[in-house]
Write a protein that binds this ligand. Structure first.
Ligand code: TXA
Ligand code: MG
Length: 350
């Protein structure tokens, strides 16, 4: 049954709208909220039926657990059975922000949140509207990315509306997302930190934070997402993900002649990575590309990460047949960016 979706603009200034959205959460409904990474489809984390309705609204596989969001470090204990000192340290360094930590769950956390696992993923978002909604609702909010399962995560209000109109009870407009890729997910076991999904809190930043502490210098960082590792790092990483309607290919260089040779008569969307010296822009390509082809020039890897899904969305709207995305250097934000591009392309390269 399609839902009637309310739209709330400026909910930070409009206390009436915020309390209406919080009431929807408390009553077991679904509210799309902006975060600094991507928009999330939120529900009361402690309400099993509400959590289960997220899976049907998104068409999400039941065995893919959700991230629970709290507004303050002090509230992590509402969900986690215990907080190892390494996890507490990392929360204190990177929260609020794009870091999710998987910890042992309390029995009160419904199994539907964790897909039957003994652990729960917890994040403290930085976006003021997400924090205001969690505080007003007075409960932790589970929120997967607010896209139909398998599709790119929404990083703007327009994208969230395109996927969630009729599926959520309300959508909060919070503008464009600052990071544009989903949070870094890590698991903490003893003195080992395992990266399950790379994001804007990079492995380099985590390493530096450990080195700066006397207590955690000796901790080990394992990257479960590296290409050599074929086992899915977390339940969600085994599914097709982040895919626009157009077929995505990764190219080392964007060479106009060879691309038109490979895809004759196809409408092509190009994503070109600049050297940081010029501004990014979306432009129509010149012949020999067929009419309707587009090129997005991104100024840097950070801009690339921020705009990747928006670019997929725009290119799908323009009806391109294939998207050719330029490879970015690994390391820093490049690691998360290439992780998403590999998934979006199912490894296709030209
Ligand atoms: O930035 C984000 O993290 C966004 C915003 C809305 O916060 N949320 C998001 O949620 O990306 P989602 O559901 O699209 O991705 C959650 C990821 C999945 O890869 C899932 O498998 C993993 O977190 N995950 C959740 N709980 C887990 C657990 N207990 N153990 C291992 N991985 C877990
Ligand atoms: Mg997702």
């Amino acid at each position: 049954m399609p839902r009637h979706t309310l739209i709330f603009k400026n909910a930070l200034e409009n206390l009436e709208a915020l309390s209406q959205a919080a009431n929807i959460i408390r009553a077991g409904g679904l509210v799309v909220m902006p975060t600094e990474t991507v928009y999330g489809l939120g529900a009361n984390a402690m309400d099993d039926a509400a959590v289960r309705s997220i899976f049907s609204a998104k068409g999400r596989p039941q065995d893919n657990p959700l991230i629970a969001h709290v507004a303050d470090i002090a509230d992590v204990g509402v969900l986690a059975a215990s907080i190892p000192s390494l996890a507490a340290y990392l929360f204190s360094r990177f929260s609020p922000g794009p870091l999710t930590i998987v910890l042992q769950k309390k029995p009160e956390v419904p199994d539907s949140v964790c897909a039957g696992l003994a652990t729960v993923a917890i994040r403290i978002p930085e976006h003021p509207l997400a924090r205001a909604l969690i505080r007003a609702a007075g409960v932790p909010i589970v929120a997967p990315s607010a896209n139909i399962s398998g599709r790119p995560s929404p990083t703007s209000f327009t994208m969230a509306l395109a996927d969630m109109d009729g599926r959520a009870d309300a959508i909060l407009d919070g503008g464009d997302c600052k990071h544009g890729l989903e949070s870094t997910v890590i698991a903490v076991e003893g003195d080992t930190l395992r990266i399950l999904r790379p994001g804007a809190v990079t492995s380099e930043m985590l390493r530096e934070a450990l080195l700066e502490s006397d207590l955690f210098k000796a901790c080990l960082i394992l990257d479960a997402t590296s290409e050599e590792n074929h086992k899915p790092s977390s339940p969600g990483m085994k599914y097709a993900h982040y895919q626009p309607k157009a077929q995505v290919y990764i190219a080392q260089r964007i060479d106009q002649d060879s691309i038109t040779d490979i895809f004759p008569h196809k409408k092509v969307g190009l994503i070109v990575l600049g050297d940081g010296s010029s501004q990014g822009r979306l432009e129509k390509t010149a012949p020999p590309y067929p009419d309707g082809s587009l090129a997005l020039r991104v100024a840097s890897r950070t801009e690339y990460a921020r705009l990747l899904y928006r670019c997929f969305h725009l290119m799908d709207e323009a009806g391109v047949d294939v998207i050719v995305a330029q490879e970015a250097e690994q390391g820093g934000i490049g690691t998360a960016l290439m992780n998403r591009l590999r998934k979006a392309s199912s490894g296709r390269k030209i």
